[in-house]
Write a protein that binds this ligand. Structure first.
Ligand code: NAP
Length: 245
């Protein structure tokens, strides 16, 4: 379905970004896997190869303008184009509002929101020339419903949804769609570390009675990257087991 397409995925070395990279590769896309360090990238590239596709790893920080331009340049140098951009890199620095440090607010907004803006700006120049692009931003259910102790994270993810809608309007005439996926609670390093009692309380809020998997998110990204979603832009696709409707 994505043969001859080139996908840049940020935060690709582990977690949801890794699953997204593998799911896109499974559909035939060539993967430009970006992360702050190259740790885990050899393994990822080998898995991509075993799926019958290929990829390159690029060390880059989504908060550094020059890095975002370089990652797109490297994609074009390797494969001649950039069809899909997945803004997945994200961090948390949780804390109650009254105790939240300025630097924790700034770090989360800078990676989660400014990082997506910088990568999108760099990629959109190439996509505009191609008259084709699929940009997919990984938001979060808590950007829609809020969460105590995550003012910075929720604000960044709500901002990402606004960025999605604005960029969708601006880029539509160039045949570039921009959508977001809003995951609910996903089995990950982050959620694995929680005490069992907290996990049970979280699962009780989910009508489908389970945490999501990284593959649940990757499947939604694949849909938004293929022609099956060609008439969908500016939308937030909730993949949350029904916990927020
Ligand atoms: P993760 O396991 O922490 O992976 C995030 C990846 O992004 C890591 O490889 C990390 O690198 C990388 N990264 C962090 N800062 C970066 C930067 N400045 N430049 C480039 N790469 C950077 O997170 P995840 O759970 O897979 O989450 C992926 C996305 O889904 C995030 O946007 C997150 O907010 C969103 N999400 C997750 C959940 C969930 O339950 N897990 C729910 C809703 C939304 P390092 O390894 O060096 O840290």
């Amino acid at each position: 379905m994505l043969k001859d397409k080139v996908a840049v995925v940020t935060g690709a070395s582990r977690g949801i970004g890794k699953s997204i990279s593998l799911a896109l590769a499974r559909q035939g896309a060539k993967i430009v896997a970006v992360d702050v360090t190259l740790k885990g990238m050899d393994e990822l590239l080998a898995e991509i190869k075993s799926l019958g596709s290929e990829g390159i790893a690029v060390e880059g920080n989504v908060t550094v303008t020059a890095d975002t331009e370089t990652m797109i340049e490297k994609a074009v140098a390797a494969y001649g184009r950039v069809d899909i951009l997945v803004n997945n890199a994200g961090i948390t620095r949780d804390g109650l509002l009254m105790r939240m440090k300025d630097e924790d607010w700034d770090a989360v907004l800078t990676v989660n929101l400014k990082g997506a803006f910088l990568c999108t700006r760099a990629a959109s120049k190439v996509m505009t020339k191609q008259r084709f692009g699929r940009i997919i931003n990984i938001a979060s259910v808590v950007g829609q419903m809020g969460n105590a102790g995550q003012a910075n994270y929720c604000a960044s993810k709500a901002g990402l949804m606004g960025l999605t809608r604005s960029n969708a309007r601006e880029l539509a005439k160039r045949n570039i769609t921009v959508n977001a996926v809003a995951p609910g609670f996903i089995v990950s390093d982050m959620t694995e570390a929680l005490p069992d009692k907290v996990k049970q309380e979280m699962a009780a809020q989910i009508p489908l009675e389970r945490f999501g998997t990284a593959d649940d998110i990757a499947n939604a990204v694949v849909f938004l990257a293929t022609d099956a979603s060609a008439y969908i832009t500016g939308q937030v696709l909730a993949v949350n087991g029904g916990m927020y409707m």
